[in-house]
Design a protein around this ligand. Sequence first.
Ligand SMILES: *Cc1c(COP(=O)(O)O)cnc(C)c1O
Length: 361
Amino acid sequence: MTDDPRAPQPSLHPATIAVTTGRPAREPDQPLNRPITMASTYVAGGDVEYGRYGNPTWEAFEVTLGALEGGRALAFSSGMAAVTTVLDLVGHDALVIAPAHAYNGTLLELADLEGRGRVRTKLVDVTDTAAVVGAVEDSALVWLESPTNPALEVADIPTIAAAARAAGAHVVVDNTFATPINQRPLTMGADIVVHSATKYLAGHSDALLGAVVTADDELYAVLKGRRDMLGAVPGTLEAWLAARGLRTLHLRVERAQQNAQELVRRLEGHPAVSQVRYPGFGAIVAIVLAEGTLAADLLCRTTSLWVHATSLGGVESTFERRRRWKAEPATIPEGLVRLSVGVEDVEDLWADLAKALDDLG
Ligand SMILES: *Cc1c(COP(=O)(O)O)cnc(C)c1O
């Protein structure tokens, strides 16, 4: 199979796409993987010319992710680089609809843009489909995250996307939590998918990377032009690590999700836990500690396998109390701990977590 971005094979299943796409041509003595190409410039006369405009190692990641999401991908230096580049497309003083609960970097950026008079924003409860549909009129962009961070609310993407399209607005879905294994927003009516590839796509807590995916050639050209000019391009090693990570995306997501589902079943009966939030898929779980802030902080300090750390989507299980971050909205409970369930053995994960929870009481 060649890795021509215009020739992804949509009939293949995600696991096969993850493993086989974005490889060098199958010719004698070609390597199986795209090498790390360190290049700031290229010999003149080709399609790329300069290192800020493209790189074969980025392309291995982009072609694979594009095929998984059903569009064409562009790699960025981080998830926030992808987010801010997309927000940069919004016209002056235009209206952006966004979730009240979302990745706090996205919410901070929107607040900053609004504070400087760049855009107007309206925050909505994404679970209230009627309210979101009612808000899209006169908007230029509808930003969705589903499930949301860290409240784990799920949006009705097809209904909202159809309403947004009718109102002439573009729809963006931050698909970081779900990954294309669980949700392909471009097939549900979204125009653009955004990823923090730092999380599940790269998957090993060792690289920062972002991505934007679209099936619209015009939008792709505009986004590529913005990346060229804003210059938020990925490091070559990071792109290589993420392309490597994608090869096992389906395995990691499936195992982490199985673990999460089992842990949710057990956590629901634990007396130290007053609430378990889980959308039914994926491997991010939020629990609210019955005894609040102190119990949540103590929990995060007393496990031996679970790592107290921000971020998510790595092979290792991590957790943190989200309100330790000043920017987290006050509507998120103080005692909410977000768990990023990894791919370890679930019995070991439960024993470690259950002991720390038991010790709280
Ligand atoms: C982490 C994250 C981001 C930001 O990505 P970075 O790679 O940290 O810049 C954006 N959206 C979501 C949902 C995230 O979890």
